[in-house]
Write a protein that binds this ligand. Structure first.
Ligand SMILES: [Zn+2]
Ligand SMILES: [Zn+2]
Ligand SMILES: [Zn+2]
Length: 170
């Protein structure tokens, strides 16, 4: 392919067309720096948003109703919602967030549908296998004899490379 530059010269006999070539001359001009945000291939943006915002907060709109924890995340709307708003998200893809050991977790099978969970430490709750959304590196943990640690935050692990979804998409 190479760097072939095609210059098209239009010769017009009847009309004189002045093609103004806009050259950005210095100044504080438009420096187009491409986004250097950490966008790792294969990590959907909504996954990052979900990790950022899901904190089991109260839904301010439905404070007076019974189930008003913002424990669902709509993939189509890229935002959280409570059970009272389910009708607003009918037909949308969404995932449910739970709490386990005071941290946000997601059922592994639910999340696996959208994202390759391999390498993320799973934990068995009563009946579900869950993944932590975020690193719990501040947590005091028991030492285990196998010295498995999270590749990112160094937390002790049982049999995986990442402690949480956050550390995998880091
Ligand atoms: Zn609500
Ligand atoms: Zn929605
Ligand atoms: Zn980690």
């Amino acid at each position: 392919m190479g760097d072939a530059v095609t210059i098209t010269t239009t010769t017009s006999t009847t009309t004189t067309t002045t093609t103004a070539t806009t050259i950005t001359t210095g100044g504080n001009g438009n420096k187009r720096i491409s986004h250097t945000q950490k966008t790792r291939v294969g990590v959907p943006q909504w996954v990052r948003v979900m990790i950022d915002i899901m904190q089991f907060q109260d839904c301010k709109i439905h404070l007076n109703t019974k189930d008003h924890k913002l424990d669902r995340f709509c993939i189509d709307c890229v935002g959280s919602f409570c059970s009272q708003s389910c009708s607003d998200h009918q037909g949308h893809e969404h995932v449910k967030i739970r709490r386990y050991l005071l941290h946000e977790v997601i059922n592994r099978p639910d999340f696996q549908k959208y994202f390759d969970c391999s390498g993320i430490q799973g934990y068995q709750t009563n009946k579900n296998k869950v993944l932590f959304l975020k690193s719990r590196k501040d947590n005091q943990q028991q030492q285990n004899n196998k010295d498995r640690r999270c590749n990112i935050c160094n937390q002790n692990l049982l049999d995986a490379s990442y402690c949480s979804i956050q550390c995998k998409v880091f």
